[in-house]
Design a binder for this molecule. Structure first.
Ligand code: HEC
Ligand code: HEC
Ligand code: HEC
Ligand code: HEC
Ligand code: HEC
Ligand code: HEC
Ligand code: HEC
Ligand code: HEC
Ligand code: HEC
Ligand code: HEC
Ligand code: HEC
Length: 548
């Protein structure tokens, strides 16, 4: 019975093959290894085409009438921490392809002949130096020889159901995914024997359904749209095995274009500035599945950007903009979120309960490095990042702001040369010439300091210095006498973030972002009495009655 169906299948095979020979056929491809073949790897005299792979008689017990030894090679398999599939040693068509493409068996060595078919130039195996030789290390190639099942689809979450794949994608029995899911060895209308044109990710997207990909800048920008996934991933011989990427140092996968060469956004320029997010400090620490509440100190581009999803949609505070779309974060309650809704949730991954910036920058009465606690809306005062601010009357605010306004972390922490700062460079919390990656100058370590508007340029982006320093219009009439007269910088009295209730802040002592610096004076503030009792003065000072 077996033999019969075997012969039957030969007939069926040849007929269906002859029918499909007309249009795109094997004749014009590199798999025409006969003397008439178009490639450089061809026979010296052999005229038959199919013979290098099939033979009607004497074939090996391997279907379809295979005319080659299938090696007993043990392969190194693809593995990664994000892979759900479980690739096994090559089976089915994969083994057939590898009978030439692992480079171990001479191309002319066929079962139906006692001696190998002589090849031009005496060639034997595909040379190890050729990119078409995959070797026995399949760990740097797209995974194959595993069942592509509905279970896998639900584990992965971003794959198409096997039953809904385009007709051109062919899985073997039991949903086995083989080389032939992507390649048809008999025809090559799109090059590389691909079954679907992979321009604009046509082939990859037949299976991979990355959320947000279609509107991502990496799918739409004309400089990169055509090569799409292949800009960052390799199907074979990838330099980096895990996730088939180009460079071991995570950020280099991005700098290859974001260094002023391909993308208009030259991000490398900002990372070269003195104060930056240290993306080059660690390699191999970032793990896509990491738990943000316990991960080790590191930061990479992909911690803040999802390369499959990032897009140019703008937003207003606190909503996350398209550039950061789809990344994971930690919310205002300290709980991990799979996809951020608000920008600060990205920052809270590494600057809140699991803080990587764990040293106090300015000594203050109440010190806290957990930014989630500092911006908490239960506090007596805070800048309105996580919630609307506490103070209904803030006279100094410039016309574009009011006490109900919300602001972003990036309104203060950003490139000094991006569009937000009025420059022509890229935006982002990447790097700045100013300490603490601040977007503009803010003096916070020298006292006394002669007054100049530029010393506090950061604050004056939102607060009008004319009003602040005007005793009749400012809510603290003595701003001018202190800041200009006594040459006191803002940081001596104010905390730029907020003062946590949980660490002892009170409405009396810590309203209006008052959190005294402790390097130069001691004392207390009373927001109800509107007075200060500090070592600089003798006795409590009521500022309602103090002149300029
Ligand atoms: C370079 C190797 C190679 C050459 C040359 C080759 N084939 Fe194939 N052929 C294969 C492989 C591998 C398979 C198994 C594909 C699969 O399982 O999808 C196959 C399968 C087939 C099938 C089964 C149908 C199918 O797609 O499953 C037919 C029919 C066939 N070949 C006919 C031919 C004919 C006729 C020729 C010569 C004109 C030829 N092949 C040349 C490698 C080759
Ligand atoms: C009989 C040996 C043999 C078998 C079996 C074989 N190939 Fe090839 N294949 C070759 C040779 C030889 C080349 C040309 C290599 C070169 O020029 O570097 C080639 C080239 C290719 C190329 C590159 C095409 C191009 O246009 O550059 C792809 C893709 C490919 N094979 C895929 C496969 C797949 C997939 C299978 C299994 C379904 C397979 N091959 C089976 C011998 C084989
Ligand atoms: C998920 C899809 C996919 C699978 C599975 C796959 N390939 Fe490929 N392969 C590609 C694509 C796409 C290319 C085109 C070149 C590129 O993008 O790297 C390619 C290119 C090739 C090349 C040409 C390489 C070159 O540099 O010229 C060979 C040879 C090849 N594949 C063989 C195989 C073999 C053998 C298998 C199974 C072990 C296999 N492929 C499995 C997608 C795939
Ligand atoms: C025929 C379907 C199919 C096609 C086409 C396909 N893939 Fe895959 N790919 C898969 C499956 C299934 C997995 C395993 C997913 C899993 O384990 O969750 C996978 C895994 C991967 C992985 C490894 C993921 C990891 O977590 O380690 C990468 C990278 C990848 N594919 C990239 C590509 C690229 C790039 C293309 C286009 C050249 C492509 N794939 C085309 C089905 C496909
Ligand atoms: C701009 C570069 C870039 C492009 C374009 C890109 N990727 Fe990725 N991809 C990455 C990086 C980087 C990772 C690893 C992310 C990490 O370490 O957190 C990744 C991870 C993956 C993974 C592993 C699982 C996961 O989702 O994290 C798969 C599968 C994948 N990419 C497939 C694709 C496919 C398919 C395309 C095209 C539709 C594509 N990628 C386009 C850079 C890119
Ligand atoms: C092959 C080139 C290339 C690579 C590699 C690349 N990008 Fe891009 N990226 C672009 C282009 C082109 C744009 C669109 C903006 C433009 O026109 O310059 C872009 C846009 C972006 C945007 C802005 C979204 C928007 O439009 O506002 C972000 C964020 C981004 N890329 C992050 C990354 C990250 C992270 C990586 C590494 C994982 C990366 N890119 C790798 C070419 C690339
Ligand atoms: C994946 C982790 C990670 C994420 C997400 C992250 N950061 Fe950072 N950040 C770091 C690391 C690591 C440092 C360097 C700490 C050090 O110098 O020891 C740093 C440093 C900083 C600094 C400089 C601190 C100083 O002492 O000068 C600022 C400001 C900053 N980050 C702001 C932000 C903002 C705003 C966000 C959200 C848009 C953010 N970070 C998101 C990891 C992260
Ligand atoms: C991006 C705009 C922006 C920047 C930059 C900014 N602020 Fe504010 N600030 C606001 C807004 C909006 C409020 C109103 C919050 C409210 O109503 O409670 C505010 C309120 C305040 C308050 C009053 C808080 C209260 O509870 O009474 C103080 C004090 C303050 N800012 C100081 C500063 C200092 C010092 C700087 C520079 C380090 C600065 N601000 C930079 C937007 C900004
Ligand atoms: C109103 C401007 C402003 C906003 C908004 C702001 N910061 Fe800051 N941030 C500063 C200034 C100024 C410093 C410098 C230290 C100082 O003067 O206390 C700083 C310092 C830091 C530091 C260094 C360590 C520390 O605690 O001093 C980190 C980390 C940081 N900011 C993260 C953030 C995050 C995360 C957000 C949003 C949740 C944010 N910042 C919002 C102005 C701001
Ligand atoms: C700590 C978080 C963080 C890290 C790390 C980070 N970015 Fe960004 N990136 C941002 C923020 C925030 C923006 C601004 C988004 C906005 O303005 O809406 C941004 C914007 C961008 C943009 C768009 C610029 C523009 O003007 O539209 C690109 C491109 C970009 N980042 C690429 C990168 C690359 C490449 C890396 C790594 C080398 C990287 N980013 C690392 C937070 C980060
Ligand atoms: C000597 C301490 C001190 C210094 C120095 C100081 N402030 Fe204030 N500031 C206060 C006090 C006290 C209040 C609260 C007044 C009230 O509402 O009763 C205040 C209120 C404010 C307010 C909110 C009310 C308004 O008028 O809009 C802003 C904004 C502000 N300060 C910004 C600044 C900036 C910017 C600097 C540095 C250029 C600065 N302050 C320096 C003590 C100080």
């Amino acid at each position: 019975m077996k033999r019969f169906s075997f012969i039957l299948s030969v007939l069926v095979l040849s007929i269906s093959f002859c029918q499909s020979m007309n249009a795109a056929s094997i004749i014009n491809t590199k798999h025409n290894l006969s003397v008439h073949g178009p490639g450089s790897f061809v026979a010296a005299a052999e005229e038959q085409v199919c013979i290098f792979c099939h033979v009607p008689h004497y074939a090996s017990p391997v279907a379809p009438l295979w005319n080659r030894e299938v090696g007993a090679v043990s392969y190194n398999l693809y593995a990664s921490s994000t892979l759900n599939a479980q690739p096994g040693q090559p089976t089915g068509a994969t083994r057939l392809c590898l009978s030439c493409h692992d480079g171990t068996i001479a191309i002319g060595m066929i079962l139906s002949r006692p001696d190998p078919v002589p090849m031009t130039g005496g060639a034997t195996t595909i040379p190890a130096t050729s990119s078409t030789n995959l070797g026995s290390d399949l760990a740097d190639d797209h995974p194959v020889s595993f069942p592509y099942t509905s279970e896998l689809v639900s584990l992965n979450g971003e794959l198409r159901e096997p039953g809904a794949l385009p007709a051109a994608i062919h899985l073997e029995d039991d949903y086995m995914m083989q080389c032939t899911a992507c390649h048809d060895p008999h025809k090559s209308p799109y090059g590389d024997f691909l079954v679907i044109d992979n321009r604009n990710a046509g082939l990859c997207r037949a299976c991979h359904q990355q959320r947000g990909w279609d509107s991502s800048s990496h799918a739409t920008a004309s400089a990169v749209a055509l090569d799409a996934c292949n800009n960052c991933h390799n199907s074979h011989n990838s330099a980096v095995k895990e996730r088939l990427l180009n460079f071991v140092a995570e950020e280099d996968n991005c700098f290859s274009c974001h260094d002023g060469s391909v993308s208009n956004d030259n991000i490398a320029a900002d990372f070269n500035k003195f104060y930056n997010h240290p993306v080059a400090a660690t390699t191999g620490v970032h793990e896509p599945h990491e738990n943000p509440l316990s991960s080790a100190k590191h930061v990479e581009c992909v911690d803040c950007h999802d390369p499959h999803r990032t897009n140019s949609w703008s937003a207003s505070a606190p909503t996350v903009s398209g550039a950061l779309a789809g990344v994971k974060g930690v919310n205002r309650l300290g709980v991990e979120v799979a996809e951020v809704s608000y920008e600060y949730e990205v920052c809270f991954r590494c600057h809140a309960d699991n803080s990587f910036s764990d040293t106090v920058v300015v000594s203050r009465q109440i010190e806290e490095v957990n930014e989630r606690l500092r911006f908490d809306s239960i506090n007596p005062s805070y800048h309105p990042v996580v919630a609307i601010g506490r103070n209904p009357i803030v006279p100094s605010l410039l016309p574009q702001y009011n006490p109900s306004s919300r602001i972003y972390c990036k309104d203060c922490h950003n490139s000094d040369s991006g569009s937000r700062s009025g420059g022509g460079g890229a935006d982002g919390v990447h790097g700045s010439i100013y300490p603490h990656i601040l977007l503009a100058r803010y003096e916070n370590d020298t006292y006394p300091l002669s007054y100049s508007e530029s010393n506090y340029a950061l604050c004056f982006r939102c607060h009008d210095p004319q009003i602040l320093l005007d005793r009749d219009r400012s809510s603290f009439p003595s701003h001018r006498s202190h800041v200009v007269g006594k040459r006191m910088p803002c940081f001596l009295c104010h905390d730029p973030h907020g003062i946590p209730l949980i660490s002892g802040a009170t409405t009396t002592a810590n309203a209006h972002l008052i959190n005294f610096n402790t390097d130069y004076f001691t004392g207390s503030y009373d927001s109800v009495e509107k007075s200060c009792n500090v070592s600089c003065h003798t006795g409590p000072h009521d500022y309602r009655s103090v002149g300029p």
